[in-house]
Design a protein around this ligand. Structure first.
Ligand SMILES: Nc1ncnc2c1ncn2CCOCCNC(=O)c1cc(-c2ccc(F)cc2)cc(O)c1O
Ligand SMILES: [Mg+2]
Length: 214
């Protein structure tokens, strides 16, 4: 059988990026997805918003739901201070296999723990397995109908603290309407919408930043 889109993306990174240089890995993926074949990375435009929120939060512990090929994992991990950790959860083993190689190519494997499995099963195990007290930052980019149940699960497992920042991708396209209702109507969150575009297109999309108030 032929290669998959993630495998072709990995080939493009190995061909066009410099080992150990996260910026070149990000550029190689963006070039490939803009000019060769589209893929569901957060992308360069929404990526700049992700970068600015991350720089503002400067998290010691960060969680990503939905690794895919590791593009946003690399974007996040490259900005983490020494000693900070990023845990990323991916459901699809084929995606996870490519992501591990892209994260390693960027030289960021020591900052990232990639865990395979459904977020709903793994979130309750975060404390015992990884010694996490709470997360400073959460990037939601997995199944859009999992955003609400997993946010509630993070609350119930005591994994959010006063000031934890949640940043959700795709709140317009494909859309996460229940999530927007949840965080915008809850007294426990202070939310802000960052208007942007769906990766590599002119279609509207955006990121929702929500601060947990405790
Ligand atoms: N740990 C976990 N637990 C449960 N489930 C999990 C999981 N880890 C992964 N999954 C499975 C879902 O992973 C991929 C989720 N992402 C998207 O679906 C996505 C889709 C588009 C898109 C597609 C087509 C269009 F036309 C327009 C837009 C754009 C995006 O930016 C997207 O992020
Ligand atoms: Mg996305």
């Amino acid at each position: 059988t032929g290669s998959s889109r993630p495998q072709r993306m990995l080939k493009a990174v190995q061909k066009n990026a410099t080992k150990g240089d996260p910026k070149s890995v990000i550029s190689a993926i963006d070039y490939y997805c803009r000019h060769k074949e589209w893929a569901m990375n957060v992308g360069d435009e929404k990526g700049l918003i992700l970068d600015s929120v991350l720089t503002e939060v400067n998290p010691s512990t960060a969680l990503e739901l939905g690794t895919y090929c590791g593009y946003s994992t690399v974007r996040i991990a490259r900005l983490l201070s020494p000693g900070s950790k990023l845990i990323t959860i991916e459901f699809n083993p084929a995606f996870a296999a490519v992501a591990r190689q892209i994260i390693a190519y960027a030289g960021l494997q020591d900052k990232v723990t990639l865990v395979e499995g459904p977020s709903g099963d793994l979130i309750p195990k975060m404390k015992e397995r990884f010694g996490i007290k709470s997360f400073d930052f959460v990037f939601l980019d997995h199944w859009k109908d999992r955003y609400v149940p997993d946010t509630k699960l993070l609350e119930d497992c005591g994994l959010l603290r006063k000031g934890t920042v949640l940043l959700a991708d795709n709140v317009i396209c494909p859309g996460a309407p229940e999530y927007l209702k949840y965080v915008r109507n809850s007294p426990r969150y202070e939310s802000q919408y960052y208007k942007s575009n769906l990766e590599y297109t002119k279609v509207e999309d955006g990121l929702e930043k929500s601060v947990f108030l405790g």
